[in-house]
Design a protein around this ligand. Structure first.
Ligand SMILES: [Zn+2]
Length: 174
C-alpha cells in the first residue's frame, strides 16, 4: 500500500522515473511535494500523508497538534478526559502509521534453523492491532481499555477518514 501511494506521487513519465530509479532508488522529495501540491490536499491531509508515507515525523506531530486542537475546540470530549484523549490520539496515530509487524520485521514469516514459520502477529507483514495490543499501547488493562474502546474507535475512524479523503485526492482508491 505504502509503495503504491509513493508510486502515484512519482512523475507520470515512465522514462523519467525509470532513469531516476536506476540512478538511485530514493524518490526525490521535490517530486512528491510538487505532485502533492496539485492534489489540493488540506494542510491536515498533507501533514498526515507526509507523516505516514514519507516518514516525516515533523508533519505527523503537526497533524497531532492540529487534530487535538480541533477535538478540544469542538468540545467532543469532556475537559477532564483531556489527557486520555491525547493518549488515545497518539495510540491511533501509531496504529494508522506503523504498519510493519515488529515481530517478524514486516516479512510475514520467521526463519527458523531448518524451516520457515508463518508469523501470527500479522497478515503478510502488516501488523494486526487487536484490542489487547491497543490496551498495551495505552498502558491499560483489558477492563480499563474496554471502557474507552468506543472512544478509541471513533478517533481511529476520524483519522482514517482524513487519510481516505487524502488518498482519493491523490488518486489512490485501493
Ligand atoms: Zn509478523
Amino acid at each position: 500500500m505504502k509503495l503504491e501511494v509513493i508510486k502515484k506521487l512519482t512523475p507520470s513519465s515512465p522514462e523519467i522515473s525509470e532513469k531516476k530509479s536506476k540512478i538511485h532508488n530514493a524518490l526525490s522529495t521535490e517530486d512528491v511535494l510538487l505532485k502533492l501540491a496539485y492534489c489540493k490536499l488540506t494542510n491536515k491531509e498533507m501533514d498526515f500523508i507526509l507523516g505516514k508515507y514519507l516518514d516525516d515525523d515533523e508533519s505527523l506531530s503537526h497533524f497531532y497538534k492540529v487534530f487535538l486542537y480541533e477535538l478540544n475546540n469542538n468540545n467532543t470530549y469532556k475537559s477532564e478526559e483531556k489527557d486520555l484523549v491525547c493518549s488515545v490520539v497518539k495510540a491511533s496515530l501509531i496504529e494508522l502509521t506503523v504498519i510493519k509487524c515488529p515481530f517478524c520485521l514486516g516479512r510475514g514469516f520467521y526463519k527458523l534453523k531448518n524451516n520457515i514459520q508463518k508469523c501470527d502477529h500479522c497478515v503478510d507483514g502488516d501488523f494486526i492491532y487487536t484490542d489487547n495490543i491497543r490496551a498495551n499501547i495505552l498502558k491499560m488493562n483489558k477492563k480499563e481499555y474496554k471502557k474507552i474502546a468506543p472512544m478509541h474507535k471513533n478517533i481511529l475512524k476520524e483519522i482514517e477518514s482524513i487519510e481516505i479523503d487524502a488518498l482519493e485526492k491523490i488518486g489512490d482508491t485501493s
